[in-house]
Ligand binder design. Structure first.
Ligand code: TXA
Ligand code: MG
Length: 320
């Protein structure tokens, strides 16, 4: 039996399968099976009221999961699916509460990774999948990270190589009129506003549904981590070394002359490549044995917004 057929058989039997998407690896279960979905929460150590995204093979499946689908959803689906965009829509009554955390909405997305698409097409249904990490920890962007995070809790891990977007999908809430971006990602609020030709709000509003990726502390390394403005990074490094700290910098430019390579890790200078490597870099930094990670702040521009968001949450949730 090939691996996709094996994965489909496991999903139908109510087991968990980890699979690659273009954003991060997902931990999947049959979204129509509440018992299977419950296994996701157990494996991740995730609170049961945090809703999951349902991955579907294509937009023709929208009506099975969502009702009163607005034209804005169809427009965005035509433009961005398959791709790193999750739509929050009013749910069909048949969607299990285990998936939506009891809310009246459901998150839907068609991922772009070829293995994910093949899996979804052969499964021909919805796969509920959060990122395949333990709750609050760094999302996995290669199969090996999934094994590190979840070990034997997952029956099968499909290995599709490194994820090429590297951070989670943009989440846009279309369930209550004006679109609201609940989680920034590779597809920006500006792009969505331009395509819909409407104003798009950013950030959760008062009555917006819960997004666990929007908790202040998330995506976090175990080591202490600080964001430092670019112009202060060398001074801050020197000061920390002078205090006897084992410190390492993550910067978008090469180490200044005289800096030991153990104290400086080079990240990509453009936003898309930086995002692609971000979580693997945070994992590597976490494993260096350093007791402080200094991250050079990214530029304050729209294209860096999603990276900013993840770095700020990582800083907030990081170790002592
Ligand atoms: O790129 C991604 O979105 C990845 C891949 C695997 O598809 N998935 C992912 O799942 O990041 P997760 O569970 O780690 O984050 C999904 C976020 C959660 O913060 C959850 O609260 C939110 O989506 N979400 C899901 N359904 C929702 C709903 N009905 N209303 C509001 N937020 C929702
Ligand atoms: Mg996650």
């Amino acid at each position: 039996m090939n691996l996709i057929a094996k994965a489909v058989a496991l999903l139908r039997a109510g087991e968990l399968v980890a699979f690659p998407t273009e954003t991060v690896y997902g931990l999947g279960a049959d979204a129509s099976n509440a018992n299977a979905v419950a296994k996701i929460f157990a494996a991740k150590g995730r609170p049961a009221d945090h809703p999951l995204i349902v991955h579907i093979p294509d937009a023709s499946h929208l009506a099975r999961w969502a009702r009163d689908v607005p034209h804005t959803a169809h427009t965005l689906a035509v433009m961005y699916w398959p791709g790193p965009l999750t739509l929050i829509l009013k749910k069909q009554a048949t969607v299990p509460d285990a998936v939506t955390g009891g809310q009246d909405t459901v998150g839907l997305r068609v991922p772009r990774h070829p293995l994910a698409l093949q899996l979804l097409k052969e499964f021909n249904g919805g796969i509920a999948a959060p990122s395949a990490n333990r709750f609050g920890r760094i999302s996995p962007t290669v199969a090996e990270h999934v094994r590190e995070e979840l070990g034997d809790a997952v029956s099968l891990i499909l290995d599709g190589g490194p994820c090429n977007v590297g951070i989670e999908s943009t989440i846009v809430d279309l369930s209550r009129g004006q679109p609201v971006v609940l989680r920034p990602g590779a597809i920006t609020a500006q792009q969505i506003a331009a395509i819909l030709d409407m104003e798009v709000k950013e950030g959760a509003t008062g009555n917006a549904p819960r997004v666990s990726g929007s908790l202040a502390a998330h995506y976090a390394p175990v080591t202490a981590m600080r964001l430092v403005p670019a112009e202060r990074i060398e001074q801050q490094l020197a000061a920390s070394l002078a205090q006897g700290k084992r410190v390492i910098v993550l910067a978008r430019r090469p180490a200044p002359p005289g800096t030991h390579h153990l104290h400086w890790m080079l990240a990509a200078a453009d936003a898309a490549s930086y995002a692609q490597g971000l979580y693997a870099n945070l994992r590597r930094l976490d494993q260096t044995g350093a007791d402080l990670i200094l991250v050079e702040s990214p530029p304050p521009t729209e294209e860096w917004r999603a990276v900013w968001d993840r770095l700020a949450r990582a800083e907030c949730g990081a170790g002592p």
